[in-house]
Design a protein around this ligand. Structure first.
Ligand code: ATP
Ligand code: MG
Length: 910
């Protein structure tokens, strides 16, 4: 049998999982393999690999989420790098010095692993192997790489996707115990050759399943350097004519002075990068952000630009040019991208030549014109020509005109114009509110993935929080293939992580899950950046957040009781079947909380519709109509019938009386509820404007601008959170009222973030209205306990309306607490009587933020936990008649309010 040299040895990393090399092609030993190569190639390949390896160990940039302060770091790095790499020839000379170190280090690793063989038998051992079906043929044709796990007398063979491809027990103990590198053996009907020993560490982190082994930067750099070498050598050897080069060199000055005070200078490319991308040996030129922009940038934005630059230039993960910028809402992701586009369009590190020509920005319809406005705001109209696609301006126009360099288009329009878009060569793709790409199967994702552009950025304020598959989709979109195939990702990361989070998980499973999560964080952390709102708090006015519990009206209580007694609800509580109508029951209760007339409308609609004969609906609504007054007219509804509506109308009146120049954003998830709120505005003569799913895209920015203008006479902005919750800047309003609650906390947080952002002049008041003792409280509790308290890596139980409920949970949901001021407060186990602050509580100790899907490691860098029950305990509590509110507005509407939680951020600025 011909023996293949373990590819891991060729890479100088015997403990990493080698890339599979069919035996027929790779039958030479390590030394043979190296000497067969062109000597220069050999030096370069290994040295380039080493360079990146060392860099990944020592370079602070590698830890993306632990960014250096941009100003100092970028400059410092530049100066540090200045000594090297003016020309790529220097690179090979320098890196060649490391060759011995690499080759010599290999046996050491083996020795370390071998020590482990001597440890007690109960310990598990891991090997990288190649395998094929058992045969007597002389020349084996290996079918693939695998990982062999040996424990005592049994073994398990897994392919690189993590799938089990063989297992067996009862083997001779000695045979399994003495497995060593290079050995071939028959095992479970398969012939295997042991290519190397895998350390327990590499197994538990999952690294051994990665092709080429190691971190992305290490492995891809190796591949990349191999790939680029032959090309770059050719092109390096045929530089442009002497004269041309001289004249290029003379023009190679940075566009802006890198030594000016406060200059923001990008990192210079390292040797490896130069080999790949500077084939004409242009001199290295400092890339300096336009001082006109730098003047305005906040520190976190400077860091963000450095991060984005390094990602799209392929400086963080070799051969990969994608990034996810997941800063919380309002942190100015738009400005960071605009700065990047402007920079790359005019500058580049190689001879100063620009890196990109055309940029495609895809964004929700409501934000197309917001992007245009932001370009105008930060760069004026002369520097860069923007084309926005709408009904009257089609992609054709962009194609025909040489003027425009940036195309801004909505996701919907993109799908319609995909054929044309595909024919344009875009160098940079930015997907705003890109969490919508979390589903790989939807058309938008496949359409965007089909574009050939490699430099891809996803912007999102609410990255997928609790679903590892969605996280995979985002990651795979920006850096295709970086985490392998979906099936291997599931086996290697998702499954062990999920298992480890289950209550029944063994210690071993927990440990494995933690390690895999840590490894995943580490691998993606290079191109994933998230900062929380705390970084801009100091630039913003104070924010007073109130969770207001409103007593339900008499009609509401009566209807509520009747609903809970319905056959449908009782059927749900008997045990869940597939056809359980619990979602319908929940929907009816939520409608009732908003206003009984919504329920009345539903009953009447069902009466007229043919679907009415469905049993559950009949059993839910049966007899309900009799609870309404005989002459009930849903068009003439009364505010008193809904506790929340009563509080709302009083609140609006007080705000207008006390602050006649301030404006209110009023948010609901439902169009029908917005209709009711709109009626209320009309009755009270409040000037209002409205944005929902029906608002034509072309009008949306105009509506927003008009509301934000100081000349606007609108008092209220009616906003549908589903349609316009993301991305909008509604700083014209300083009061935001969230009329109803969503299962998904991200939806609510998105909506609440519309007013407290850069540019806001007034202290901001946020009011979340909940009906006391009802399902709304339960949903709120679920938001702050399940997802907030968990603090774990994943919680797949939370998927908006598709949550799986246990019967116990449904019992809780379908209970009305009529005698409590606030069930949520009762659950807090708080000793206060709801009339005072909690002594010694520091709000700073409990920053409010959101959970990040990858748990502790990500949180350490960039994301704090969501508001949790324990944090809520630290807020101010005001109960019943003893309300002694510091909020001047709530103070005047206490009548219908049974309880208030209040938190003030930035009080010092008051
Ligand atoms: N450095 C700055 N100085 C002043 N205003 C700024 C600065 N950066 C951003 N802004 C303003 O802050 C507002 C919010 O910025 P932007 O819309 O980019 O936020 P975002 O991060 O995209 O938030 P979201 O996730 O909600 O879309 C905008 O009006 C923007 O012009
Ligand atoms: Mg945005």
């Amino acid at each position: 049998m011909r023996r293949s040299a373990a590819p891991s040895q060729l890479q100088g990393k015997p403990f990493k999982k080698p890339k599979f090399i069919p035996p027929a092609r790779s039958n030479s030993s390590l030394n043979e393999k190296i000497t067969k190569l062109n000597p220069d190639t050999k030096l370069f390949e290994i040295a380039a690999n080493k360079t990146t390896f060392l860099q990944s160990q020592t370079d602070p940039r590698i830890c993306s989420l632990n960014l250096l302060h941009a100003e100092e770091s970028a400059r410092e790095i530049n100066h540090r790098d200045n000594y090297k790499g003016k020309y790529c020839f220097e690179a090979s000379a320098m890196t060649a010095l490391d060759l011995h170190h690499i080759v010599n280090s290999a046996p050491k690793e083996v020795a370390v692993s071998k020590e482990q063989e001597a440890v007690p038998d109960s310990l598990v051992k891991y090997f990288s192997v190649v395998w094929c079906k058992a045969s007597k043929k002389k020349h084996k044709k290996w079918e693939g790489d695998a990982v062999l796990i040996v424990k005592g007398k049994s073994f398990l063979l897994k392919d690189l996707e993590g799938k089990d491809i063989g297992k067996g027990t009862g083997y001779k103990f000695k045979e399994l115990e003495k497995i060593e590198e290079g050995q071939t053996m028959m095992i479970g009907g398969k012939e295997i050759e042991v290519m190397g020993i895998i350390s327990p560490d590499d197994f538990s982190s999952g690294k051994c399943f990665q092709l080429g082994g190691g971190s992305p930067s290490i492995s891809s750099s190796f591949q990349a350097s191999k790939k680029c070498f032959s090309n770059s050598l050719k092109s390096v050897c045929k530089p442009s004519s002497k004269e041309n080069r001289q004249s290029s060199f003379q023009n190679c000055k940075p566009r802006h002075d890198p030594y000016a005070p406060n200059s923001l200078v990008m990192l210079q490319p390292d040797n490896n990068h130069q080999w790949m991308f500077n084939r004409n040996c242009f001199p290295i030129v400092d890339v300096v952000i336009d001082p006109h922009l730098v003047r305005h940038l906040r520190p976190h934005q400077k860091e963000g630009i450095v991060f984005l630059y390094e990602c799209v230039m392929g400086m963080r993960v070799n051969n990969r040019c994608g990034a996810i910028l997941a800063d919380e809402m309002g942190l100015g992701k738009t400005l960071q991208c605009i700065s990047l586009i402007w920079t790359l369009q005019c500058q580049g590190p190689y001879g100063g030549k620009s890196v990109i020509k055309k940029t495609l920005i895809v964004t929700p319809g409501s934000l197309v014109n917001n992007w245009r406005k932001e370009f105008q705001k930060w760069l004026g109209s002369e520097r860069i020509k923007i084309f926005t696609v709408d009904q009257d301006h089609k992609v054709d126009e962009f194609i025909k005109s040489p003027f425009y360099s940036v195309l801004i288009i909505s996701y919907e329009m993109l799908l319609r114009s995909l054929d044309q878009i595909k024919n344009i060569k875009f160098d940079l793709l930015i997907c705003d509110e890109g969490h919508r790409l979390k589903n790989r199967a939807i058309k938008t994702t496949t359409a965007l993935s089909s574009l050939s552009c490699e430099k891809r950025i996803i912007l999102t304020g609410t990255p997928v929080q609790n679903d590892l598959q969605e996280f995979f989709a985002l990651t795979d979109f920006v850096n295709p293939g970086i985490l392998g195939s979906l099936s291997s990702y599931r086996k290697i990361y998702e499954e062990p992580i999920i298992i480890s989070r289950q209550a029944s998980a063994s210690e071993e499973e927990k440990e494995l899950g933690d390690r895999r999560a840590a490894e995943l964080t580490c691998r993606t952390g290079l191109f994933f950046l998230r900062r929380t709102q705390e970084v801009i708090n100091k630039y913003l006015p104070p924010k007073i957040e109130n969770v207001v519990f409103c007593r339900p009206g008499a009609l509401q209580i009566e209807l509520y009781r009747k609903l809970l007694n319905s056959h449908a609800v009782r059927f749900c509580l008997e045990g869940l079947s597939e056809n359980s109508p619990h979602l319908m029951c929940i929907g009816a209760l939520k409608k009732l909380c908003n206003h009984p007339c919504l329920l009345f409308n539903s009953i009447k609609e069902k009466e007229c519709s043919s679907i009415w004969d469905e049993n559950e609906e009949r059993s839910l609504y049966e007899g309900l109509i009799n609870v309404f007054p005989a002459d009930y007219n849903p068009l003439m509804f009364s505010e008193k019938e809904s506790g929340k509506l009563q509080v709302l109308t009083k609140l609006l009146a007080v705000i207008q009386r006390l602050r006649p120049t301030e404006k209110v954003v009023l948010v609901s998830n439902y169009t029908q509820t917005l209709n009711i709120l709109q009626e209320v505005c009309k009755w009270h003569g409040y000037a209002y404007t409205r944005l929902d799913g029906q608002t034509p895209i072309s009008q949306r920015q105009q509506i927003v601008d008009c509301f934000n203008s100081k000349y606007s006479t609108d008092f209220i902005f009616l906003l549908s959170s589903k349609a316009g919750g993301v991305g909008l800047n509604l700083i014209g309003g300083s009061h935001l009222i969230l009329y109803d609650i969503d299962w998904n906390p991200a939806t609510d947080i998105q909506a609440m973030s519309r007013v407290w952002r850069d540019g806001q002049k007034h202290p901001v008041h946020i009011y979340r209205l909940l009906t006391t003792g009802t399902i709304e409280e339960k949903i709120y509790q679920r938001q702050i306990s399940k997802q907030g308290l968990s603090g774990v890596v994943v919680d797949l139980t939370r998927t908006s309306e598709h949550i799986q409920f246990s019967v116990e949970e449904l019992k809780n949901l379908f209970t009305l607490h009529e005698n409590s001021h606030c069930v949520t407060h009762d659950l807090l186990d708080c000793e206060c009587t709801g009339e005072q602050d909690h002594p010694g509580d520091s709000l700073e100790k409990f920053p409010i933020s959101r959970n990040c899907q990858l748990g502790p490691q990500h949180q350490k860098f960039n994301s704090l936990k969501s508001l949790s029950m324990s944090q809520l305990k630290q807020w101010k509590h005001f109960s019943g008649d003893r309300l002694n509110l510091t909020d001047p507005f709530l103070e005047r509407i206490r009548e219908n309010v049974s309880f208030v939680f209040q938190n003030i951020t930035n009080q010092t600025v008051l």
